[in-house]
Design a protein around this ligand. Sequence first.
Ligand SMILES: Cc1ncc(COP(=O)(O)O)c(C=O)c1O
Length: 382
Amino acid sequence: MKAYLDNAATTRLDPEVLEVMLPLMTEQYGNPSSIHSYGRAVRSAIERARKSIAGILNAAPAEIFFTSGGTEADNTAIRSSIETLGLKHAITSRIEHHAVLHTLEHLEKTGQIQLSFVDINDQGEIDLGHLESLLNANPRSLVSLMHGNNEVGNLLDLQVAGDLCEQHNAVFHCDTVQTMGHYRHDLQQLKTQFIVGAAHKFHGPKGVGFLYVRPGLKINPFVHGGAQERNMRGGTENIYGIVGLAKALEIAYRDMDIHRRHIEGLKVRMTEKLLASIEGVKFNGNSGQLEKSLYTVLSVSLPPSDISDMLLFNMDIAGIAVSGGSACSSGTEIGSHVLNELKIDPDRANVRFSFGKYNTEQEVDYAVEILAELYQKERIVI
Ligand SMILES: Cc1ncc(COP(=O)(O)O)c(C=O)c1O
């Protein structure tokens, strides 16, 4: 048996998505910038995709810019807004994805901004009171906080964070890579200036994503070159990727309630089975609380044991694909920056299970069985 439980890393392509992508890899091969019929056919496919995504998110097509994925969308929002809007200060947290963290740290290192980190508690929750005092001291900052944390699944209250940013005239970039396609985003309600998406996190193709830019916010391109994306992102478009992205988001929204129920069921099942079969098991961040974390992510903390180092390897041998991550015990180890910030005991092993619509109860049961067996063996040896 095999179990792919690493859907926060990437997801399997939906066959319905592949079907709409294939013609753009074969007969519809024009360059969308060409004015002949081959080019025009592909151009209209791209614009249909843009319109569809905008409609789903309650935005206008001109507010959607296609990119090579989440990282480029995050980089564009951050680097272009700092450069164009003359912002001198940014606020983020230490548990952001590296697409955000490393970008902001680079801007700080090169003297383009001052960077402040909002406090988080040991559960990984953002201290919104501290965010407010940082904003009081530095109005008109760039605030970059993620919606759903990819390692521990913590969810940010976008309404509260958005209100605070609005009150302080801050520019709010929210990394929505882990929630796009899994939660509904209504851009008429959200107070974010930028949100992002990466198709491969919701059963679309890899290497394509998008950036939403609030109208009225005029920013320079991040990738310079041709006039594609209305001069905002040079380079011949990833045409099959863009068409696949739109289809994947359409399916995600069409089937969201059914899939959410199914996936939540898997997460609850795994939580209960782990608690029943491994003594001392815990959950990192808010991952064990359904309403406060991504329903797709369960970050498990296992009691210290001799098998910790080999855990992921042994699970892989058993056909189970998951992600790991450790808090570091010595200065030389790097470990997971998120788990380190949550001050997790470095002797405990951590496994991130992340679920998707194709997972089954059998896969969940199998993964728990293998994990429990590994721990059981360990106890007998000792
Ligand atoms: C929260 C978050 N932001 C950004 C990214 C980067 O997305 P991509 O791999 O599409 O560049 C990821 C992907 O793991 C992510 O989980």
